[in-house]
Design a protein around this ligand. Sequence first.
Ligand code: GTP
Ligand code: MG
Length: 331
Amino acid sequence: MLQVVMKSAFVAIVGRPSSGKSTLLNALCGHKVSIVSPVPQTTRNQVRGIVNRPQGQIVFLDTPGFHLSEKKFNLQMMDNVVRSLKDADVVIYTIDASRPAGAEENALIEKLKKAHKPLVLALNKMDFKLQSADQIEAHVRTQLELKAAVRISALKQTNLDALFDAVFAETKEGEAWYPAEYYTDQDPSFRIGEIIREQAINRLKDEIPHAIYVEVADYEVREKGATDVWDRSEGPTLEARAENPQDSGAGSPKATLWVRAFLTVERDSQVGIVVGKDGAGIKAIRQAAQKELGKIFSQHIQLDLRVKVNSKWRTKDHLISGILGSSQPKP
Ligand SMILES: Nc1nc2c(ncn2[C@@H]2O[C@H](COP(=O)(O)OP(=O)(O)OP(=O)(O)O)[C@@H](O)[C@H]2O)c(=O)[nH]1
Ligand SMILES: [Mg+2]
């Protein structure tokens, strides 16, 4: 009988801020795993998305956008990029082909040289019909040894099979890391906080998106007609393996996922901006977050969202490590 050899790999997706890494991760996984916004430095953590194909299992690692900064918070965010490069068996180097390279791209190229991992170049945003892609690819090829270069649109989901083929060509035989029904390993609290942050970032501007973090203070599932019955030790299974997130179970009354969270800003003057006139700003964020969470979790969502200040939180070590260190170690 023919023995099917299964493959498995950790594949880091790295690139500059806003190059489309999180959009790509979500497109590859077929689920909303990582948050997306036009604001650079949206992703702060290593976020894992798991894909099972007939050839085997790929664990994609979304990473913060690589950038140059001397600020403590940003430097530690870059540690998540370095750690992901270490964890990776294969690296997808994502470039926004609509933007010129510059110092930051070259600094990242230097990091990739030192990582010594099989590299697949993904030239993204090709839906813009870019002429510059040949030139960019040629430049990268003078600096790095590429296993493949694929032109994609993460947004329009074009040419992703070619990217999968290139990744699997570099993937070795190995056991699956996660059960087949998992598409992410994020715990619910992290995931809820990220969705709230995404909806806030998409409604705020200037420095505020960078000045916020979300603290999920409490959450519980309340069955209809019953008091709280849910064991939170279940961890990511709550939603991470939902085949059909809209399906709350045939015939069963829909339970409520109740969440209390704080949108935390850095300065008193930012509170009014987030809250908005007569509370319209925070209401819009809350309603949009409830809607997004409703697409992921099977329960009816009830979000209690408040704004608070934690002055200069981006300089506080214990907070930085809590906010940036929430992803799991490699299993
Ligand atoms: N036109 C076009 N836009 C894209 C494409 N991929 C991503 N975008 C847009 O680019 C912006 C940034 O996308 P993200 O996926 O958040 O980028 P990222 O690299 O994860 O950004 P950081 O987390 O900040 O590093 C969003 O507005 C996306 O909609 C693409 O293929 N084509
Ligand atoms: Mg991102």
